[in-house]
Write a protein that binds this ligand. Structure first.
Ligand code: ZN
Ligand code: ZN
Length: 373
């Protein structure tokens, strides 16, 4: 293999991957199945460094085997370090495991129940009989929620790119510009500034359409005196940013202004409450009570936030359903909103790093109501 000097960040990425693989192997040794197939691509990437679209990782207590198809032969040899790679040609990964006679070597095989299709799981079971194939849940998700140095580095960079682009795009908000125009500018400019691409298709909504929580941009044109909701992000080394700002084109009416102040105060209260050890549901409830006190409780119908990383809605989810305490090192969004159908929607979203004594707000766009002249 050609020698290549690794940067410190690449080195820590390699160390992180090796440590994560070892952690799973320890779990397997302790009380898990004899082997585990990782098939969800963000998890494969997390554990191997492989950025392609097709691959399985087979982990056993003493070994790790990465499988991919011939399209990725060269890429895998560059990206996957410190474990064996096998290129599988003309057959499925399940068949390849059968040919390796995995079922003669071990008794139980775990798979990612939340990510492997029922068809593939059934096939795996059939091919590897009498091996017991066990559905598992949440293993890598849990491991991934706490971010290490190389991951934080990437997230910070993604946020910096998104914020620079946001400031460049706001002046493009002029009468006649469309939601799609603005969305396309966000995508293009983030890419130009060094992002891998969008973290998710940007949400850009004008006027009454801002009340669509996850509305898609259309050819709707910006007119005077209308709200503008922009929710967007980009990826760097696979890790995403996720930011929302709602501004007003022209002076904001009183109802909008007062709802904005409510969301802003609620979001601040949520950010202030973030700390390792605090249950996610508690922060959700706190923010929700702020919004309910202002009489807008019925208009905040989504969760408060979510973890960000290689996926855009990952562990931990911040909602009334998640009573698990936050952990230091998790990167989360705090994004309350109110949506009044036929009138307007307002959401404010920032990205925070959970710490032992509180949090560090990684994003820095001004949050005060911005009224464009
Ligand atoms: Zn968002
Ligand atoms: Zn979000």
């Amino acid at each position: 293999m050609p020698s290549r000097r690794l940067s410190r960040i690449e080195q820590t990425a390699d160390e992180r991957r090796r440590a994560a693989v070892r952690t799973i192997q320890r779990l397997l040794r302790a009380d898990g199945p004899d082997a585990l197939v990782i098939s969800h691509m963000p998890h494969v990437r997390y554990l191997t460094g492989f950025t392609g679209s097709n691959g399985w990782l087979l982990l056993r207590p003493g070994s790790a085997l990465f499988m991919t198809d011939p399209r990725y032969r060269e890429q895998a040899s560059q990206e996957v370090r410190g474990m064996r790679t096998q290129v599988i040609f003309g057959r499925t990964f399940s068949t390849a495991l059968q040919e390796m006679r995995l079922h003669e070597k071990i008794g139980t095989l775990g798979f990612e129940a939340d990510h492997l299709s029922a068809t593939i799981a059934a096939n795996l079971k059939k091919l590897l009989r009498p091996l017991r194939v066990l559905p598992l849940s949440g293993l890598v998700e849990e491991l991934r929620s706490v971010k290490l140095e190389d991951e934080l580095h990437a997230i910070r960079k993604a946020i910096a790119i998104s914020e620079a682009v946001y400031e460049d795009v706001v002046p493009l908000l002029r009468p006649g510009v469309t939601e799609i125009d603005i969305a396309a500018e966000l995508t293009y400019r983030q890419r130009r500034l060094g992002a891998d691409g969008d973290a998710f298709p940007p949400i850009v909504l004008f006027g009454k359409r801002s009340s669509l929580v996850h509305g898609q941009p259309t050819r709707a044109k910006l007119t005077r005196r209308s709200p503008v909701l922009i929710d967007f992000g980009c990826r760097v080394n696979g890790y995403g940013s996720d930011l929302t700002r709602t501004l007003h084109f022209g002076p904001a009416p009183r109802a909008f202004r007062s709802a904005y102040e409510t969301v802003l105060a609620a979001q601040q209260a949520g950010c202030d409450a973030v700390q390792a050890g605090v249950p996610a549901a508690e922060i959700d409830a706190l923010v929700r009570s702020h919004i309910a006190e202002a009489g807008l409780g019925d208009y905040f119908e989504h969760g408060l936030g979510h973890g960000i990383g290689l996926e855009m809605h990952e562990t931990p989810l911040l909602s009334w359903r998640n009573t698990a305490p936050l952990e230091a090192g998790e990167v989360i969004t705090i994004e309350p909103g109110v949506y009044l159908p036929g009138a307007f929607g307002i959401r404010i979203e920032d990205d925070l790093l959970v710490t032992l004594d509180g949090s560090i707000t990684l994003s820095s766009l001004p949050r005060a109501l911005r009224e464009l002249a």
